[in-house]
Ligand binder design. Sequence first.
Ligand SMILES: C[S@@+](CC[C@H](N)C(=O)[O-])C[C@H]1O[C@@H](n2cnc3c(N)ncnc32)[C@H](O)[C@@H]1O
Length: 250
Amino acid sequence: MDGGGERWSAVADEWSELWGTFARPAWAPLLEHAGVGPGTRVIDVGCGSGELLAHLTALAARAAGVDPAPAMRAHARERAPVADVRAGDVESLPFEDASADVVVAVNALQLADDVLDALAEVSRVLVPGGAVAVATWAESARNDLDVVERAVAAAHGDDVRPDGELRQPGGLEFALAESGFDVVAAGLAPTPWRASDDDRLVRGILFGEDPDVMAELAPVVLEAARPFRDPDGGYVLRNAFRWAVGRRPG
Ligand SMILES: C[S@@+](CC[C@H](N)C(=O)[O-])C[C@H]1O[C@@H](n2cnc3c(N)ncnc32)[C@H](O)[C@@H]1O
């Protein structure tokens, strides 16, 4: 198993509990523009804990999921028992050529070692005329999460990484076009993340950290998130995803 799979397996429970549905507002435009309906053969790449897979099976799509992390796949199989969940990653999809009508990747394409290689692999498994539907974080200025993560990075003495190209306006469309897809739709979706109390906020931001690091950084998280408190004592971080849908020519 690759390092990415191990890392994500270690945090699968927290992901499922705290983050699994927050990208849901991006699902509707992706699935609508990709034309997903009953019987559509859909592969969810980087399916994580399976929330979108469960939604796809509820729509009567023929849903398959791929993820390198065993613990994520276990959650996905439990949540979407009808779906065909396989081990793999976007660079090497365990599917035949031209076997899918739609490939969807939510909050996952940016994890590929090489985005253009990944999109070439997506193209391989799509039928001619099939759709790729991708969503990822918008630029940091649109994401309260980045405010908190920057505070954590500063406290840790880490450099703040600049936004990657996919996060920029037009970044997804450019990558799809470079990979030979015809871009048919693109947009922004608000993807707020809610934490009902301090504990869930800290665990949601610092998941994967050692307990001692978590204890050290918890006050930093709480201070940085203070502007995002809601009147109930919880927190709402206003975030946004960019999404785009492309079609394989032919
Ligand atoms: C941020 S989570 C998103 C999960 C899910 N798509 C969602 O929206 O909740 C990223 C997922 O991508 C998986 N992943 C990591 N590297 C990957 C790769 N190279 N190809 C495909 N999936 C990958 C991780 O194991 C993890 O389950």
